[in-house]
Every structure is written in structure tokens, then in C-alpha cells.
Design a protein around this ligand. Structure first.
Ligand code: GLN
Length: 516
């Protein structure tokens, strides 16, 4: 459906009118529960000795046991280990050696981020029995910050998908409506937060996998600038696109988690050496008005009218705060999905060649010889979507087609990045919908192409290496969350967080939780 007319309205001062929301029936007011509080609130309680990390962790475990049979956000968790970490945190605090704003806070990990001694499955049969021998850099940093490494969160196998239905261990469901998907690929990371099963979580974003599930589950999700957060210890999907990033209930919590994981790492050759600001202080210090661009290509055919209306209302909010709202054009947007599915599959076909049944991972039981062992192990270990991508990627890299597909896609990728950089000559950041629709029904997108189109608004950001955040900006008439995407300039996360925070503070979406 073409919503061009309403975009024109949104660009006019005072030009948008909105219907009231009809979602009261879905909302429960349980914000007072520990498991729905923010890290910021909880650390204040921990520091004031009104709460212990053991009590908090036990509350999160109890909540998980109560709801996860329905939500299925977790692949696995180790209660005793989490409680032992919490006891150590309490001991540190009592001894006056607290480590700051994440000490004692349970953090959930997407099951592609390595934590030594814990399972690391990528939601694939290929790694079903794999236990990580080492910590990812982000894990080391979080352990040093005193965070509780809590639970392994479900995803689309090897992070390939937009619904968390491609998991070898069963699909995650959306806590706002259990018949619907939570988005993907980091669906477990988003659903766990919406359901109160963690306080903050980590995900990874290659084409939208943090922002889209954040939007569909009504939480905050940030994809950092490529190179800001180390990829060491992240199971690789498409190495030139992958970034680890935070999920949180508030922008401030996301800023805290980002600050803890960002920074140069010599173990990741694409890691960028730049000073890491105190995001949490910066996001409060930086005040608008900002110059905000509205890319007209992001408001065309396929955009759900209720999503368009919620985003337009957010645009109107920024205008009311004195921001300059300007229509901009990103003319190569239409090539984004095509370019992404060439580059991402090419890189995945190469990255996934390591799963050969020899060194680690699934090994077929009976094989005639080593070639047969490769074939059978990979045929049995990978699911359908992963195989589809490996085949596509191998094809676009093959000698006869490399120039026509891969090389050409790289050139268009440069043009897509240039579009964004051109826009940033005139504006500080861009406002768009995160996802064209609210959460869809489980099983509704059986056609791979229909699934790939879920990423139209998120993919350009990865191709251009930019930071972007999704913040809740309303609900559909059916009570499903809607996300606003704010796209920033490279390494300007502090400014991006400030823009998101200004919106969040003036709205109370963050206090609404699903009835479970
Ligand atoms: N949905 C996209 C894909 O399937 C993005 C996934 C991701 O960001 N990991 O490739």
C-alpha cells in the first residue's frame, strides 16, 4: 500500500492525526516485578543493599521457568552456575569492590556468542553438542564488569532468518501474541526481554537481526557501527556485515551495555581503534534540536498503514521538539535486498565451510570415505535455509558468475553507502520504520523471498556499516508492538542514543508488558 500521502502529511508542520490505540486487554501492569525492571533501577537497589544479585537472579530464573515453556526464548540455561555468579557479585559488593552498572545483572546471550564452558549451538544440529572452550571478547568484557552470564538464547539457525522459526530446537514465540513470531534472527534475545526472562541481552545483527526482533517484541535494540564491537567469539555468518549489539528495555540500559562491550580488540582485524565515550552520560547531556531526515524510499509500497501511522507520529513528536524534519532520498535502496543476499550468502558459504564433521560439530555415523563423510555430515547437520544460502553463495562466487554477481554487488554496496553519506551532509540522523509490518503469524512466510523482504528497512544499514537503533513507538490496533528505527552516522552512537532517549522519555511504551 502506498502511504506517500501520509508521509507528505507527516512532513507538514502539525499535519498528522492519529487514532487511539485499542490494546488495553493485552497489557499487564507488572512493572513493579523485579524481572521487568531496568538494569539502571536494579543496580540502584543492589548498591543500596535493598536487593541482592542472588535474589534478582533467582527471580529471573523463576520467571523463566514459569513462562519459557510457552515463549521458548532459551536453548539452555544453567541455574546453579548463574546463582554462583550472583553470589560472587554479592560478595564483591559487600566487600566494597562492586564493578559498576552491570555488576550482578543477568545478561542473556544469543546462542552464537561464546561463553567458556557453556553450550554454543547457533541453534543448529551441526553444533547441538558443542561446548565453547573459550570466551568471546564481549563475554570477557561483561565478566570483567561483573555481569551474570545467564542462558543461551534461541535464534534462526546460524542467524539466517527473520522469525526464529529456522531453529533446529523449535521456534521462539512472541510474548505479545504466542501465535506470532518474535522476529529474527535474534528472536530469543528480544522475546526473553519482553517476557521478563532476562534484564538485558546480547544479539547479533547482519541484516537486521537485532533491530527487527526488538521492534516486533517492543524492546530497544541497537546495531553498532561496523568495527565498534569485537566479533571475536561470535560464530561468523557474513563477516563484513556481522555486529554484536545490545537489547534492553530502555535506551539508557542499551547505552550501558554498549559501553561495556565496545572497544578495540586486536583479535578482530576489522575492529576499529577509537575512544569509547561514556554513552550513558552523553545520552543525557546531548540535547536537540537535531536535523532529522526522512528517506522517502522507506515509506512506499508494502508498508503497513498502522506502522506508517506510528512512525509518522514519532516524526511529529521530534518536530514538536524543534527538530528540523527533512525529506531525503536514498536512491539505491531498492537494490539493498538483492545486494545483501549476494554478499551475505557468499560470505556464509565460505564461513560455513569449516563445519566438515572432522574438527568439531556433527559427524555422520556411517561414511564410505572422507568425501562421503563431508557430504553426509553437512547434509545431516544443516537445516534447509542454511543449505539454501550455502548453495546460493557458492553459485555467486563460482568463477563464471563472480563478476556478474559478487563483484557487481560490491559496487552497488558502495553506492548504497554513498547514499547515506550524502544524506548526512544535510541531516544528523534518519528516521524510518524498523519493520514493514508488526509481528506476523508463525508459519505465515513459507516462501523464502517473502521472508527476505522483512529486512528491506534494516539491510542498508549493514551494507553501509552504520549504527542504528530500534525503539518502541506504539502498537497496532491488534496490540502488537511497532518500532521506530533511527539510523546514525558512523561511530556516532552517543548522538544516536541521545535522539532515541529524547523520544523514549516523552512516551511510556517502555512501561507496558505483555500478559503472559
Ligand atoms: N534476516 C536477515 C537474514 O536472514 C538478517 C539476519 C541477521 O541479521 N543475522 O539474513
Amino acid at each position: 500500500m502506498n502511504t506517500g500521502a501520509s508521509l507528505a502529511d507527516a512532513l507538514k508542520p502539525g499535519g498528522v492525526k492519529h487514532r487511539p490505540l485499542l490494546l488495553q486487554t493485552k497489557i499487564s501492569n507488572v512493572s513493579s516485578e523485579l524481572f521487568y525492571q531496568t538494569a539502571t533501577e536494579l543496580v540502584a537497589l543492589l548498591d543500596a543493599k535493598k536487593l541482592s544479585s542472588v535474589e534478582l537472579t533467582a527471580a529471573v530464573i523463576a520467571r523463566t521457568k514459569a513462562v519459557d515453556a510457552r515463549v521458548k526464548a532459551f536453548n539452555s540455561y544453567d541455574e546453579a552456575d548463574a546463582l554462583a555468579q550472583a553470589a560472587a557479585s554479592d560478595a564483591r559488593r559487600s566487600a566494597g569492590q562492586g564493578r559498576g552498572p552491570l555488576d550482578g545483572i543477568p545478561v542473556g546471550f544469543k546462542d552464537v556468542i561464546a561463553v567458556a564452558g557453556q553450550p554454543l549451538t547457533a541453534s543448529s544440529k551441526m553444533l547441538a553438542n558443542f561446548v565453547s572452550p573459550y570466551d568471546a571478547t564481549v563475554t570477557t568484557k561483561l565478566k570483567n564488569a561483573g555481569a551474570i552470564c545467564w542462558g543461551r538464547l534461541n535464534l534462526d539457525e546460524f542467524a539466517m532468518g527473520s522469525s526464529t522459526e529456522n531453529s533446529a530446537f523449535g521456534a521462539t514465540r512472541n510474548p505479545w501474541d504466542l501465535t506470532r513470531v518474535p522476529g529474527g534472527s535474534s528472536g530469543g534475545s528480544a522475546a526473553a526481554l519482553a517476557a521478563g526472562e532476562a534484564i538485558v541481552t546480547l544479539g547479533s545483527d547482519t541484516g537486521g537481526s537485532i533491530r527487527q526482533p526488538a521492534a516486533l517484541c517492543g524492546v530497544v535494540g541497537l546495531k553498532p557501527t561496523y568495527g565498534l564491537v569485537s566479533r571475536y567469539g561470535l560464530i561468523a555468518f557474513a563477516s563484513s556485515l556481522d555486529q554484536i549489539g545490545p537489547f534492553a528495555r530502555t535506551v539508557e540500559d542499551a547505552a550501558i551495555l554498549l559501553g561495556a562491550i565496545a572497544g578495540h580488540d586486536e583479535r578482530d582485524s576489522t575492529s576499529f581503534n577509537t575512544a569509547i565515550p561514556d554513552y550513558r552520560t552523553e545520552l543525557k547531556k546531548r540535547k536537540g534540536p537535531w536535523r532529522l531526515g526522512i528517506p522517502k524510499e522507506y515509506f512506499g509500497a508494502g508498508l503497513d498503514p498502522e506502522v506508517a501511522a506510528a512512525v509518522e507520529k514519532a516524526i511529529a513528536f521530534y518536530r514538536s521538539q524543534g527538530c528540523e524534519i527533512k525529506e531525503v532520498s536514498l536512491p539505491h535502496t531498492e537494490f539493498g535486498v538483492g545486494v545483501y543476499y549476494i554478499i551475505a550468502t557468499a560470505e556464509c558459504s565460505s564461513n560455513l565451510s569449516r563445519y566438515d564433521g572432522i574438527r568439531y560439530g556433527h559427524r555422520a555415523k556411517e561414511a564410505k570415505d572422507i568425501i562421503d563423510l563431508y557430504f553426509k555430515s553437512r547434509a545431516e547437520g544443516f537445516g534447509a535455509e542454511v543449505k539454501r544460502r550455502i548453495i546460493l553463495g557458492t553459485y555467486v562466487l563460482s568463477s563464471g558468475y563472480y563478476d556478474a554477481y559478487y563483484l557487481r554487488a560490491q559496487k552497488v554496496r558502495t553506492l548504497i553507502r554513498q547514499d547515506f553519506l550524502n544524506a548526512y551532509r544535510e541531516v544528523d540522523a534518519l528516521l524510518t520504520p524498523t519493520s514493514p509490518t508488526p509481528a506476523f503469524k508463525a508459519g505465515a512466510k513459507a516462501d523464502p523471498l517473502a521472508m527476505y523482504l522483512c529486512d528491506v528497512y534494516t539491510i542498508g544499514v549493514n551494507l553501509a556499516g552504520l549504527p542504528a537503533i530500534s525503539v518502541p513507538c506504539g502498537f497496532s490496533s491488534g496490540g502488537l508492538p511497532i518500532g521506530l528505527q533511527i539510523i546514525g552516522q558512523p561511530f556516532h552512537e552517543a548522538g544516536l542514543l541521545a535522539i532515541a532517549h529524547a523520544y523514549e522519555q516523552a512516551h511510556d511504551w517502555k512501561n507496558l508488558h505483555p500478559k503472559l
